[in-house]
Write a protein that binds this ligand. Structure first.
Ligand code: C2E
Ligand code: CA
Ligand code: CA
Ligand code: CA
Length: 284
């Protein structure tokens, strides 16, 4: 990597060089990881704030690198998006999440009546041709009823693909797949479009939930989102619930915030620990 020096000539920047090499290494490693199945899904419960019971799980990908150990998705998802590798990784995630819920449904019918599985969809996947066909194939292969699958899509993903987004969302909705807007309230404002999209759930970004006890604005923003969702007939999930105080505040809102997700309930856990969570009939 070369940058323009102050005097106008190109100088070698060792920091940028190291970053470029690291990135290239990460890309090489990612390609191998796909081939050798180094990914695993972790599951974080989404809790009904009225009953205190687990209503579903969000599947979050983890990469177990042979020498580096667990690599965080915030480190490799951006690289996977830039290189297009998010498409095969996303397919693996979707396949595994659907397969896992179907296995739980068959093995633990008493605990999984209306348990849903949420899967994150990157904007690159959203633009990928053949996405619908891929989802259809996975649902058919795994035998999961589409009404138990929830796709999490950010506002910016929808806004960046404004021309095709509505039709795509409608195709997904036509299959009875549940649709959730992730990180709601950040990035692009989609307020004027929201009512035209077949969205079931708004997930309030954790920055607002974090701020509840700290700054007056956060509570007002949450109240506004919950009211908006209520008026549009959508459900609400508050993400990043970490403290009892935040939970109490969410339960005190005059309009209903239906669900919560965060470290207070549980960190994302592997599939065995997830079974223990739902089978224990724990209540919050
Ligand atoms: P996200 O979709 O907003 O997922 C929620 C993130 O917040 C997760 O981080 C989760 O572990 C973390 N989290 C949950 N509760 C709390 C809490 O109480 N406090 C705090 N501070 N954090 C909490 P994770 O698993 O590291 O994932 C980070 C991001 O990487 C995700 O953000 C999502 O954008 C992306 N990601 C993860 N898995 C996938 C995947 O399978 N596909 C795609 N496309 N993106 C993924
Ligand atoms: Ca998410
Ligand atoms: Ca989120
Ligand atoms: Ca996020």
């Amino acid at each position: 990597a070369k940058v323009q020096g102050r005097a106008g000539y190109a100088v070698f920047d060792p920091v940028m060089h190291t970053r470029a090499v690291d990135r290239l290494q990460l890309e090489t490693d990612l390609r191998r990881a796909i081939a050798t199945h180094e990914f695993q899904l972790y599951y974080q419960p989404i809790v009904s704030l009225s009953t205190g019971k687990i209503s579903g799980f969000e599947a979050l990908v983890r990469w177990f690198h042979p020498t580096r150990g667990m690599v965080s998705p915030s480190e490799f998802i951006p690289v996977a998006e830039d290189t297009g590798l998010i498409v095969p990784i996303g397919a693996l995630v979707l396949q595994e999440a659907c397969r896992q819920l179907r296995v739980w449904q068959l093995k633990y019918p008493d605990f999984t009546d209306d348990l849903t599985i949420s899967v994150n969809l990157s904007s690159v996947q959203f633009r990928q041709s053949g996405l619908i066909e891929q989802i259809d194939e996975i649902l058919q292969e795994t035998g999961l009823d589409p009404s138990f699958l929830k796709l999490e899509i950010t506002e910016s993903t929808i806004m960046e693909n404004a021309d095709s987004a509505k039709a795509l969302l409608e195709q997904l909705k036509a299959r009875n797949i549940l649709l959730c807007i992730d990180d709601f309230g950040t990035g692009y404002s989609s307020l004027s479009y929201l009512h035209r999209w077949p969205i079931d759930t708004l997930k309030i970004d954790r920055s607002f939930v974090n701020g509840i006890g700290i700054e007056a604005h956060s509570r007002e923003i949450i109240w506004t989102i919950v009211t908006l969702a209520g008026n549009l007939g959508m459900e609400v999930v508050a993400e990043g619930v970490e403290t009892e105080q935040q939970l109490t505040q969410l339960r005190l809102l005059k309009r209903e915030c239906h669900y919560g997700q965060g470290y207070l309930f549980s960190r994302p856990v592997d599939s065995e620990a997830a079974v223990k969570l739902f089978a224990s009939e724990l209540r919050w």
